[in-house]
Design a protein around this ligand. Structure first.
Ligand code: MRU
Length: 344
């Protein structure tokens, strides 16, 4: 049984507890953050990761940061601004981070007290749990008995505070008694697929096979993959999706083999300000993550590396988007506007 991905302990004098995902599956360590620097470090080094989980952690991070800044004599408004700026800069691609920070900041402008910030962060947390269940319900019927479904990275309980997004669909189909198999791309360089997705599915009794990322296209050609479902870090207004690097290649292979690919995400992952994928910032991470496998060097001394953490999948490669508000298929700007942006 895994500890909660993100949790707030206590009241406004409490702390943010994060399960350190860098150590999974070998070891469970819960980090206790009472200072903003610790929260930011956990987000940057992927101790907490996955777009919705980063959002929930950043919401609580506002409480930690504002409390700390006020203890040094800052007024509430500048403590909020400073904390928000630092959290925004922690990771650029997952829009849930800035969405959550804005939400808590807005609440603090209306009600300038720590209790209000914590209440808003708790609301974001509670809503995330419910949204995951709704995504699962809207996607479960896509999975039929006997299917072999590919996923990439980890869009599960470790990436949210509920059942996940892509994995929520698997958990819901499993609860409904459907028999299917998941293929989990290992997801180089940091192995979120083999370490985290495989762990979550195996814990739940859902059959899972880990594959090397480069095996996906060949398995599709052999007729051994029937569907693809992944999560997303940000979805542009036209349906282009930013997700873990490698998602784009999976989408190209799926399209070439006539295999439907779906992306599962809550409304908070859609960015109305990004007209298309070109407007989404892609995080470049430390080359050392590619040059090493854990602590073991795997490249020739002197070699450099490129390490984009995400890539862009064009909307036209997708059969649909599974959201908490329903299924969007086909993926068009109009359908997204009608379902996701109608209340913004
Ligand atoms: O770098 P990570 O591990 O934070 O990347 C996570 C992903 O790409 C997930 O697929 C995405 O955030 C969706 S999580 C429900």
């Amino acid at each position: 049984m895994l500890a909660p991905t993100v949790e707030w302990q206590g009241e406004t004098d409490g702390y943010l507890a994060l399960l350190d995902q860098t150590l999974l599956p070998e070891k469970q360590l819960v980090l206790e953050h009472r200072e903003l620097a610790g929260v930011i470090d956990s987000i940057k080094r992927l101790a907490v990761r996955g777009a919705p989980a980063i959002g929930v952690a950043a919401g609580y991070g506002m409480v930690v940061g504002v409390r700390e800044a006020m203890a040094t004599g800052q007024d509430f408004a500048s403590a909020m601004d400073g904390t928000a700026t630092l959290l925004h800069a922690a990771r650029p691609t997952a829009v849930n981070l800035s969405w959550a920070v804005h939400r808590v900041h807005d609440r603090g402008r209306r009600e300038p007290k720590l209790e209000a910030l914590l209440a808003e962060a708790r609301d974001i947390h509670k809503e995330d749990v419910a949204l995951c269940l709704q995504i699962g319900e809207h996607g479960a019927s896509l999975i039929r008995d006997g299917m072999r479904v590919l996923t990439h990275c980890n869009a599960g309980r470790l990436a949210t505070s509920g059942d996940g997004t892509a994995l929520a669909v698997f958990f819901a189909a499993h609860r409904q008694g459907r028999k299917f198999r998941v293929l989990a791309d290992e997801t180089r360089p940091l192995l979120q697929g083999s370490r985290l997705t495989a762990l979550e599915l195996a814990e739940e009794g859902i059959p899972v096979d880990v594959i090397a990322d480069s095996a996906a296209a060949g398995l599709m050609a052999r007729g051994e993959i029937d569907m693809v479902i992944t999560g997303a870090d940000r979805i542009a207004a036209n349906g282009d999706v930013a997700n873990k690097v490698g998602t784009y290649s999976v989408s190209l292979a799926a399209k070439a083999h006539g295999i439907p690919m779906y992306v599962a995400a809550p409304a908070s992952t859609f960015d109305q300000a990004a007209a298309s994928g070109k407007d989404i910032p892609i995080e470049d991470r430390d080359p050392d993550e590619v040059l090493n496998f854990g602590n073991q060097p795997v490249a020739a001394p002197g070699a450099g590396a490129k390490n984009p953490a995400f890539d862009l999948t064009p909307a036209e490669n997708l059969a649909g988007l599974i959201t908490d508000r329903g299924l969007i298929s086909p993926v068009t700007r109009e359908e997204i506007k009608a379902l996701v942006f109608q209340d913004r």
